[in-house]
Design a binder for this molecule. Structure first.
Ligand code: PLP
Length: 598
């Protein structure tokens, strides 16, 4: 059977039991049973399940990895972590994260004013808040006020001008100065899609000249004691640990140099994010294991501290993807299989058919296991010839329709023969004969990283897992956009089941969608965020909580600044009450499709 790579990306969070994918926790409910429960409450369209127990698992894993490493190397510094809010700010994600982090003094990282407001509102007092990214006077002022509230705030300076603004705010507000961090522009960059976050040409951070200038300015204004942290982030989703090791060495030497210059309160190195998540269902892409990551960080920093004779720094991380990705699963109903519309009963055969049509009929009727592949390819050739004949005016529309139906039923019959053979034969099947699965969701809204950077996400049907899937699948979303497709890729072949949707439902799940997707998603075609559900376990029972329905059409229109009262009035004035009332009902529903099984 096909396990859809669950052993590669699943991290034991999900298991296959009989024919279904189940949550590998407590009473191990199937995802399908949760979908049924939600749909029984009449929620249609795509569903986004959040699993707070997986957020908790990731936080506790992160802390125990570093605990182990600290013990192993008898490291004197402490381990601290903050969650970068940019990775997921939505309340149904953030509240469980804050709750899960309480026992670890797990903090938050803010990169904008809005994120800073979230951090100062929800962060546990005492847990760290780090502030990165470009800042204006207002943002710095908010940071001072957060400090006044009792928060443990570090403003990471991205440029000398930010230090000047900090001095201004200090003078004008008379508030106590928060901690100051310096973002380093390291020579060593990461690798992969996000390598631009680090390296000498990076958009962020201070060059060594600027570090020295900042240091002089801190001294000159007698605030050198506020300097507590240096920071770098060399990029997200690091698949190799080598770039990080280089960055650790470079930052370790800068840390030691600043200590020697007299930064006596400098005590922390913040290594940013970058801890990878396995998204591939085909082969492991991460070339290190988690403990190795933590060990390398601790070991490298210990060595530098020893070599330079300075105290071992506290370690901060800002891992986001690692904490958030596994906690969300997107479930999409399959609305249609495009070959389903091709059936023998749709044929309009005539007394006299063109010879190629007669040959197609023979291919269909005479096919056996041995000839299946050959006949299938012959049928595709015949279809091409018949389409050319149609263009030239030699056959009519009925013949063309017969050609399409016959080719599809030849392919289906061939695949049913091939089912008993292995996937290599299936792989040889031409790209023209994949099944197209129409899914009730928007790629732009729910998987923006697939659209934007071709990010792979693990995909798996919720049911039928005891049967061999035989259809090479390409997935279509319901947007009117040709980019709204996950095409079949023979190097990462996705096979799905041949289901009759008039008789049974079929749902696909996309895993590891908890990082970045929620907030990067866009309302192309005005499809809004899917209906969200938090799945929590109380004792041994699973409960669906905090159900947040996908936005109503009227609210989507209001969000993009339409005067919805005016819209309603225009419609009302042009319609009788009966028809207007129908429209009003539809305006108050979400915009996903509502066909059978949707
Ligand atoms: N810290 C900073 C400064 C970042 O820019 C980012 C992401 O871009 C992160 C942390 C989170 O990285 P990741 O999600 O790879 O852990």
């Amino acid at each position: 059977m096909n396990n859809y790579g669950i052993d590669i990306w699943g991290d034991d969070n999900f298991i296959i039991q009989k024919d279904k994918v189940c949550i590998n926790y407590k009473n191990k409910p199937s995802l399908y049973s949760l979908v049924k429960e939600i749909r029984n409450q009449d929620f249609k369209g795509p569903l986004l399940f959040r699993f707070p127990h997986l957020i908790e698992k990731q936080i506790s894993t992160l802390f125990s990895l570093f605990d182990n490493a600290i013990k192993e190397y008898d490291y004197k510094g402490s381990f601290n972590a903050v969650f970068p809010l940019k990775v997921n700010q939505l309340p149904n994600f953030l509240h469980p994260l804050i709750e899960a982090g309480k026992n670890y003094a797990y903090g938050l990282e803010a990169g904008s004013k809005a994120e800073l407001f979230l951090a100062m509102t929800y962060n546990k007092i005492g847990a760290p808040i780090t502030i990165n990214g470009f800042k204006d006077k207002e943002m710095i002022h908010i940071a001072f006020i957060a400090k006044k509230m009792g928060h443990n705030v570090t403003i990471t300076i991205e440029g000398l001008n930010e230090l000047e603004t900090i001095l201004e705010v200090k003078k004008e507000s008379k508030l106590e100065l928060p901690n100051i961090g310096l973002r380093l522009r390291l020579f060593n960059a990461g690798s992969g899609a996000w390598a631009k976050s680090g390296g000498i040409d990076s958009k962020f951070g201070l060059s060594s000249t600027e570090i020295l200038e900042t240091f002089d300015m801190l001294k000159k204004h007698n605030i050198i004691d506020a300097l507590t942290m240096i920071h770098f982030h060399i990029g997200s989703a690091l698949n190799s640990i080598q770039p990080l090791k280089k960055a650790l060495k470079e930052s370790g030497h800068i840390y030691a140099a600043l200590k020697k210059l007299g930064a006596k309160n400098l005590k922390a190195i913040n290594i940013g994010g970058g801890l990878n998540v396995e998204y591939s269902a085909y082969k492991r892409t991460t070339q290190y294991n988690l403990q190795e990551f933590a060990n390398d960080v601790v070991f490298t920093l210990k060595n530098i501290a020893k070599q330079k004779g300075v105290e071992e720094p506290d370690i901060f991380t800002e891992s986001g993807r690692f904490i958030a990705a596994s906690s969300c699963v997107l479930i999409t109903p399959v609305l249609e299989l495009f070959s389903a519309e091709y059936d023998k009963k749709n044929l309009r055969l005539k007394k006299m058919n063109p010879p190629l049509i007669e040959e197609l009929i023979e291919l269909y009727e005479d096919m056996n296991k041995k000839t299946a592949l050959e006949f299938m390819h012959d049928s595709i050739d015949h279809l091409e010839s018949l389409l050319k004949l149609f263009d030239l005016g030699y056959i009519d529309l009925e013949d063309r329709s017969n050609a399409e139906v016959l080719t599809q039923i030849v392919i289906k019959k061939a695949i049913s023969f091939l089912e008993i053979n292995d996937y290599d034969e299936l792989k040889r099947i031409d790209s023209k004969i994949q099944e197209k699965y129409l899914l009730n969701f928007s790629i732009f809204q729910s998987l923006p990283d697939f659209w934007g950077i071709n990010q792979e996400f693990p995909i798996m049907p919720l049911t039928h897992l005891d049967k061999k899937p035989t259809r090479s699948a390409s997935l279509w979303d319901i947007t009117c956009d040709s980019d709204g497709e996950i095409p079949f890729d023979s190097n990462k072949a996705l096979y799905l089941h041949n289901v009759d949707l008039s008789k049974e439902e079929y749902f696909l799940a996309f895993f590891n969608v908890g990082a970045y997707q929620d907030i990067l998603g866009m309302r192309h075609n005005l499809f809004s965020h899917p209906t969200e559900i938090n799945v929590v376990f109380k004792e041994d029972k699973v409960k669906c909580e905090k159900i947040l329905e996908s936005q109503k059409i009227i609210d989507i229109l209001e969000d993009i600044d339409y005067d919805t009262i005016k819209i309603k009035n225009i419609l009302k004035n042009q319609l009788d009450d009966t028809h207007y009332n129908i429209l009003e009902k539809y305006l108050n529903e979400n915009s996903y499709l509502k066909t059978t099984g949707s």
